[in-house]
Design a protein around this ligand. Sequence first.
Ligand code: GAR
Length: 189
Amino acid sequence: MKKLVVLASGSGSNFQAIIEAVRNNELNIEIAGLITNRDGIGAIEHAKMNRIPVNVINDTDWDDFKLKLIDQLQKWQPDLIVLAGFLKKIPPEVITGFPNKIINIHPALLPKFGGKGFYGLRVHEAVLKSGDTISGCTVHYVNNEYDRGRMIEQKEVPVLPSDSPEILAKRVLKAEHELLPSVIKKLIT
Ligand code: GAR
């Protein structure tokens, strides 16, 4: 069976969507483990509830972080690495070590509203400010530039005149929970 490793820094609702897709037999993959850069986050709770191994790598020293990340990935040997709300840059050595195996989900229709600093509610604030009437989410390969790797698939949602950043974020997140497992399925089969 193919192996997946998820990297997350937050509540982990996308990670949970992957767990549910595996549980419902929509995804035939083993989740080898979760790597986070922060302790005490929701993603860790989801892993614990589902007996998925967790490695918290919260070193502030870049080289320590990089070496521990590489070491863990070499141990778990994933076929696919999914960044599900992981907000730390992936070291170039990891990107070259796992070519075409690292994907990221972003809460907007890239190439718009992406790049350094565009994460969480900031993305949705920028979308509302722009006046765009359609937003959505994007799954793309990860390269050395934030949110600029080759695009795999997008899912659109409407932007409504009454939206606040929080309401739009919820609508986009729901679309993310559908898009991410479906892209993983396509990539592993
Ligand atoms: C998601 O909306 C994801 O697209 C975003 O972080 C959120 C994580 O939510 N990622 C980025 O903004 C990356 N630039 P989750 O922890 O509930 O899955």
